[in-house]
Design a protein. Structure first.
Length: 136
């Protein structure tokens, strides 16, 4: 399904999520393992007002501790070691989703999994480039 928006920003959004999953998977599985994979799925989702394209990113890496989940989208907050990353990836990702009139949710259990859910408004009537403004 199509979504409207600024493709460079959407590309950055997806690469941020994929990069975080990759880091968590490599940290948990430094060698080959059957759970060392990132599953990306899409589906249509409709609430009472809008139809969305839901993109789910699920990994079985290190997960995120409960006490950190509330802070992970804050600018400059990172769970990575010093010198790895800036702590801006999820903050920027959250802002990109917001500007695209979407929603971003992260659920995780430390040591087990992380699932990032992104809902972006679907293009209406099959339009490839629905009206979109980044002035929000």
């Amino acid at each position: 399904p199509l979504v409207g928006g600024q493709y460079q920003q959407l590309q950055q959004l997806f690469l941020n999520i994929i990069s975080n999953a990759r880091h968590a998977l490599i940290e948990k599985y430094p060698t080959s393992h059957e759970n060392n994979l990132l599953e990306i799925t899409t589906e249509m989702y409709e609430d009472t007002v809008q139809q969305y394209v839901r993109i789910l990113f699920t990994d079985h890496g290190t997960g995120i501790a409960d006490n950190l989940l509330k802070r992970i989208m804050n600018p400059f907050f990172t769970t990575k070691p010093a010198g790895i990353g800036t702590g801006l990836g999820l903050s920027i990702s959250h802002e990109i989703v917001r500007k695209h009139h979407g929603r971003l949710n992260i659920e995780s259990t430390e040591g087990e999994f992380t699932r990032v859910t992104i809902d972006l408004p679907a293009a209406e009537n099959g339009e490839q480039t629905p009206n979109f403004t980044s002035k929000n």
